[in-house]
Design a protein around this ligand. Sequence first.
Ligand code: GLU
Length: 149
Amino acid sequence: MCGIFGYVGNDSRLATLISGLKSLEYRGYDSAGLAFFDNNEIILRKQKGKVENLEKIIDMNRTFNLGIAHTRWATHGAPSMQNAHPHLSENRSFCIVHNGIIENFEDLKSQYLEGVNFKSGTDSEVVAHLLEKFLTEMFLVRFKRFQVS
Ligand code: GLU
């Protein structure tokens, strides 16, 4: 079973996300990843295997204010760095982690996400792309209405 750990607050170190993931290791997993905000950009780091592998490729002292981390237990797509969470939307504005299974992800893909460039073989990635598509559209509609009235 996988795990999710998030942090929002005053400057913390990436070590916080790693220790959060370590506290979830007992649940079992095959890969681990994290994402955090830096200068309005989402930075992503992922590794197959143990949280220790992830720890080796990040600067544990790097500070951040908002971050999310995940240990994955693959259900759709092999255990790999590519398939590890988090997943980004195409314009990198939306970043998601997910536990569980999205039973209708193939339908969602073909109905709403034609032409989207998927980076993983997971079911979860559809959520990032759906958020980008629908929240962007919603914002544009509201903005248009706001301009008219
Ligand atoms: N179904 C998702 C995947 O295969 C999430 C698995 C999990 O709960 O870790 O990536």
